[in-house]
Design a protein around this ligand. Structure first.
Ligand SMILES: [Zn+2]
Length: 140
């Protein structure tokens, strides 16, 4: 399917979901990769996890690789930081809304917050997991 607005070839959502489920490739409906990657912050050089925050109409999210508790997530929202659920396949980031926050609290699923220089929240995710140790999964 071709998106007439962008000229990009689109993959139907159910096909992208099937590919992601069966292969773990984490592709978007536009056929791009939807995998978060480790990058240093250009300002403070802290290690961040950067990726798209959804499969459609996605924005790039730059997050602190630190797992939040319910209290940490409340603090994040009160200070204007968006939170994301971290999915192990890929890994992928998904923006959280009030339904996700109340239905799947931060203590029950891995949640990270927007990166803010020198203001970390939560518990650090172990540094530099190797593919030999964990494959494409982040150990949490
Ligand atoms: Zn920074």
């Amino acid at each position: 399917m071709l998106d007439l607005r962008t000229g990009l070839r689109m993959i139907p959502t159910h096909v992208a979901d099937h590919i992601n489920t069966t292969t773990g490739l984490a592709i978007t409906e536009a056929g791009g990769r939807d995998t978060a990657t480790w990058r240093p912050c250009p300002k403070c050089h802290a290690r961040t996890l950067v990726g798209l925050d959804d499969t459609t109409a996605a924005l790039t999210a730059t997050t602190d690789p630190r797992l939040l508790t319910r209290s940490d997530e409340a603090t994040a929202w009160l200070t204007g930081r968006t939170t994301y659920q971290l999915h192990p396949h890929g890994p992928r980031l998904r923006r959280r809304n009030h339904w996700a926050i109340t239905g799947h609290p931060a203590d029950t699923v891995p949640v990270v917050a927007d990166h803010t220089c020198s203001q970390p929240l939560g518990t650090p995710i172990p540094a530099s997991p190797t593919k030999e140790q964990h494959g494409d999964r982040i150990p949490y």
